[in-house]
Structure formats: structure tokens, C-alpha cells
Ligand binder design. Structure first.
Ligand code: FES
Length: 141
């Protein structure tokens, strides 16, 4: 039987946070997936503020919202470094440690900053990333 697309339902709290009621919500009765508000800043300063569902990566949040500046050629396999960003200084210590595979791949990124560079495909969105700010480099590779 063909699957019929369901309209997306969001719940917007008074705090401004949104929760996406995913397709399983109706089937399972669960409360839906929480979202984190993330700010992506292009190299030219253009800001994109979007709510990204928990469980996606920061790269997937950019991809799904057609935000330019994150190419993600390998699709998130940590094999290309074209999802490189500079994390806002306030966020550097709040993010999970860079693992050795990401560290190796960052060496291939365009003008990496040893303190602030991250690969967005390696950053999983959760409540802990609410308010994250990242800036894209001038170019990817
Ligand atoms: Fe290729 Fe992140 S998408 S390394």
C-alpha cells in the first residue's frame, strides 16, 4: 500500500521552542521529537535561525533547511570535511570532544581553526545544543 505523506505538526511553546510531532507520534502516542534552535551564519554574515529535530546532526539541519555553505559531499560519513564550521567561542567547551576520526578529517578542511573548527556531521542535535551558533568558512576545501 502506498504511503501517504502526513502534514507535519509542530507545537510551539511560549518559550519559543518548537516540538515536531513526527509521523510516529500518532502511531505510538509519544510526545514527538524535541527540537533545538540553531543559528547558522554564512561567511558573508547572513544568519539562518532554524529549529532542528533532536537526533539529526547539525549538518542535516543545514541540509534540510537549504542553508548554503555546508556541502556535506560524503553525506555525513566523516570522509570529506565539506561540512566544516567554526563554532561560536561560547560553545567550544559545551560540545562533545572531537574524536580522532573527526580530528583527522579536520586537517583537510579549508583554514581550520584548532580551537573552533568542527565537522557538523559529527554533532548530534539534542537539548544540549539549544542556542548553538556556528559560522561557515569562506569555502569548503
Ligand atoms: Fe563529509 Fe561531514 S559530511 S565529513
Amino acid at each position: 500500500m502506498p504511503r501517504i505523506a502526513q502534514p507535519r505538526q509542530f507545537v510551539l511553546e511560549s518559550t519559543g521552542r518548537a516540538y515536531y510531532l513526527g509521523p510516529d507520534a500518532a502511531q505510538t502516542g509519544t510526545a514527538g521529537v524535541k527540537m533545538a534552535r540553531i543559528t547558522y551564519i554564512e561567511h558573508n554574515g547572513t544568519e539562518h535561525v532554524v529549529d532542528v529535530p533532536n537526533g539529526l546532526t547539525v549538518m542535516e539541519g543545514a541540509r534540510d533547511n537549504n542553508i548554503p555553505g555546508i556541502e556535506a559531499d560524503c553525506g555525513g560519513a566523516c570522509a570529506c570535511s565539506t561540512c566544516h564550521v567554526y563554532v561560536h567561542p561560547d560553545w567550544v567547551e559545551k560540545l562533545p570532544e572531537v574524536d580522532p576520526m573527526e580530528e583527522d578529517m579536520l586537517e583537510f578542511a579549508y583554514q581550520p581553526d584548532p580551537k573552533r573548527s568542527r565537522l557538523t556531521c559529527q554533532l548530534k542535535v539534542s537539548d544540549a545544543l539549544e542556542g548553538l551558533v556556528v559560522q561557515m568558512p569562506e569555502k569548503q576545501i
